[in-house]
Design a binder for this molecule. Structure first.
Ligand code: FAD
Length: 375
């Protein structure tokens, strides 16, 4: 089975398939690391590493998908702050979300607002065990929903159907407390007046009081690395530097992937040269495959040029283009191997650079002979 993309969704899918006995390959466009928006990179000063996307994880411990992977046993260490988040208002008041003791003591706008929030937190703690599998597990999750019960479900639905501003105004009296849900909503791209927008913000607020906002020690990459390690335990593999550009579908099923484009956008002459390079092939005879030894490269080049109806100007320019192209390709591949690593570095270490230089020298040495064959 092939999974495209090694972000958290791809890696969870890959692990799920591997657990069911499939041999799984994950192809990832990024040549440097797996993880997508779940990754950590040295982007600024020496010694500093930054999460490029996700940094804190409200569902780090409670997500059924993560739980099935037992990430702590694979190296993830969750860290927690004393307070989960703080929401200041311009009038000087503020509301703080805490867990455990901190939930009971943290200021939340006013005493009344704090009581309201704690009551919501208690209500959530009572239903969370069934609610989270219902919301985060595979659909349809009828069983867990039934276990939540009709009364709690109606109460939750009544909150989910509102906007974050609407729900906040209904629940709280202070400016600070009324900022909590819209603030959390904005974090997940939900505007304060978006209808049905309160659900996500409400879940972020109340799960902070139970599971907390976990930070993986060492950054988000540690979560990705643990998922990749879990996959490897079951024989799965992540291949970096492979961007899928096309999925070939036969009879309604995916039958193949295209992860490279030899020609790319270019001139017609370049297309002919690229085709000639592989079909003739235009390479030093020492690099020809065993069964191709002795092939008449000049004659095949002429056949190809005629097949393409290449004009005289194109025939005169073709070999020189190949010589220049070899030099450009050598430089590009060297840079890619050094800076991107992955498949580029592997090919470079296998000697592709030397092969390109041999092609360049062979084309230069046989330039006149090849061009004469074309004219
Ligand atoms: C700036 C930012 C901050 C965030 N903060 C948080 C947070 O604090 N907490 C939280 O829980 N979530 C956060 N998120 C959201 C979370 O990171 C995403 O929901 C999650 O990464 C989505 O996972 P995904 O696997 O669907 O996609 P992605 O993580 O985007 O991964 C997709 C992968 O597929 C690869 N790919 C794409 N196309 C191809 C192709 N054609 N061929 C091969 N590979 C391909 C990409 O290179 C990438 O590696 C944040 C996201 C961003 C962008």
């Amino acid at each position: 089975m092939i999974v495209i993309g090694s972000g958290p969704n791809g890696l969870v899918a890959a692990n799920t398939l591997a657990r069911r006995g499939f041999k799984v390959l994950v192809v990832e466009a990024n040549a440097r690391r797996a993880g997508g928006a779940l990754g950590t990179e040295a982007l600024t000063l020496p010694g500093f590493r930054h999460d490029v996307g996700g940094g804190f994880f409200p569902f780090g411990r409670s997500s059924p998908a993560f739980a099935a992977l037992d990430l702590p046993a694979a190296g993830v260490e969750w860290l927690y702050a004393r307070y989960e988040s703080c929401h200041p208002a311009v009038d000087g008041t503020f509301a703080v979300i805490g867990r455990g003791d901190a939930l009971e003591t943290a200021p939340f706008g006013s005493a009344r607002d704090a009581d309201t929030f704690r009551a919501l937190a208690r209500f959530h703690a009572g239903v969370e065990r069934d609610l989270l599998p219902a919301l985060l597990g595979p659909f349809p999750s009828v069983g867990p929903l039934l276990r939540v019960g009709l009364g709690p479900l109606l109460k939750i639905a009544g909150m989910f159907l509102r906007s974050t501003r609407g729900l906040s105004s209904r629940l709280f009296e202070t400016e600070a407390a009324r900022r909590v849900l819209p603030g959390l909503g904005l974090h997940v791209d939900v505007g304060p007046d978006d209808l049905f927008g309160a659900g996500l913000a409400y879940m972020l607020a109340v799960t902070a009081t139970t599971g907390g906002y976990g930070f993986p020690k060492g950054g988000a990459q540690s979560v990705t690395d643990a998922m990749v390690a879990r996959l490897a335990e079951r024989g799965g593999e992540v291949r970096l530097g492979a961007r899928v550009t096309r999925v070939i579908v036969r009879g309604g099923r995916a039958a193949g992937l295209v992860d490279f484009d030899l020609a790319g956008p270019g001139t017609r002459l370049l297309d002919v040269y690229n085709t000639a390079m592989h079909w003739v092939p235009l390479r030093d005879p020492v690099d020809l495959w065993e069964t191709w030894r002795g092939v008449d490269q000049a004659a095949r080049l002429r056949v190809l040029a005629e097949g393409y109806r290449l004009d005289v100007a194109g025939r005169e320019a073709l070999v020189d283009l190949g010589i220049r192209r070899a030099d450009v390709t050598w430089r590009r591949m060297k840079a890619a191997a050094e800076h991107l690593g992955g498949g580029w570095a592997r090919m470079w270490s296998e000697g592709v650079g030397d092969q390109i230089r041999r092609r360049e020298a062979w084309l230069t040495e046989h330039r006149d002979e090849l061009t004469a064959a074309l004219l």
